[in-house]
Design a protein around this ligand. Structure first.
Ligand SMILES: *[C@@H]1O[C@H](CO)[C@@H](O)[C@H](O)[C@H]1NC(C)=O
Ligand SMILES: *[C@@H]1O[C@H](CO)[C@@H](O)[C@H](O)[C@H]1NC(C)=O
Length: 210
């Protein structure tokens, strides 16, 4: 028993060390987006969030995931910009292309965004990375994107705050199968029909049943 625990500890440590050496942040909370394409539910994209490295950006994103008001939450929002081989952009609240709501309105009222977190600017944009969209420095709000490939030219200009941990098939579907117009807008609507935080206790009970 003692051996098993220390073995798990060592494996955990090696996994974490590998991530740190690879320049990746530690995953804390996990959130999900349930993606509907036209009338068809394609499944969940599960996102691991870098709570320790980008706490303010993650707090804003968690509020967007859990707010059940389409004016201030991701529920029923769309992806209005998908570029195959590059990324899918989300966070168009109420389908608004210029949506810019965030939770730090007292300090940074609309249309101003909230500041870039340094830790997120230091991370690299790998494939399946979650990063904030912006209109220049310190203009973060509700829009974000998921990369389809490595996009190193974005490093330092956009706050990386998480990564895809499950639902890679859904991301790959967006990359490969969504037809878009010249403005990169999907011809068939890509919609977030449910979203929220992943209940880790649920996962544990599932494991217990095995
Ligand atoms: C998405 O994930 C949530 C939370 O784990 C779960 O309740 C829901 O059933 C999932 N939806 C799909 C389509 O897999
Ligand atoms: C999301 O859209 C569906 C379908 O139009 C609607 O029934 C539902 O009330 C909407 N949810 C919210 C939170 O507005």
């Amino acid at each position: 028993m003692q051996l098993q625990i220390s073995y798990a500890y060592i494996v955990g440590f090696i996994l974490l060390a590998t991530r740190v050496l690879a320049g990746q942040a530690e995953i804390g909370t996990k959130g999900f987006l349930t993606i509907q394409y036209g009338d068809e539910i394609k499944g969940n994209i599960t996102l691991g969030l870098y709570d320790n490295t980008t706490p303010k950006t993650v707090a804003n994103f968690k509020a967007l995931l859990t707010n059940n008001d389409p004016e201030t939450g991701l529920i029923n929002s769309t992806s209005n910009r998908i570029i195959s081989g590059f990324m899918a952009q989300f966070g168009f609240l109420n389908g608004e292309r210029l949506a810019n709501y965030h939770i730090y309105q007292d300090e940074f009222p609309n249309p101003q965004g909230f500041p870039d977190e340094k830790g997120g600017l230091e991370l690299s944009h790998k494939k399946y990375q979650l990063s904030m969209a912006n209109r220049g420095k310190n203009t973060n709000s509700c829009q974000f994107f998921i990369t389809f490939e490595q996009t190193p030219w974005l490093d330092g200009g956009y706050v990386v705050f998480g990564e895809v941990v499950d639902g890679f098939d859904v991301v790959d579907f967006l990359n490969n199968d969504v037809k878009t117009n010249r403005g990169d807008q999907p011809l068939t609507q890509v919609k977030v029909v449910a979203c929220g935080l992943v209940d880790e206790n649920e996962d544990v009970s599932e494991l217990d049943e095995l």
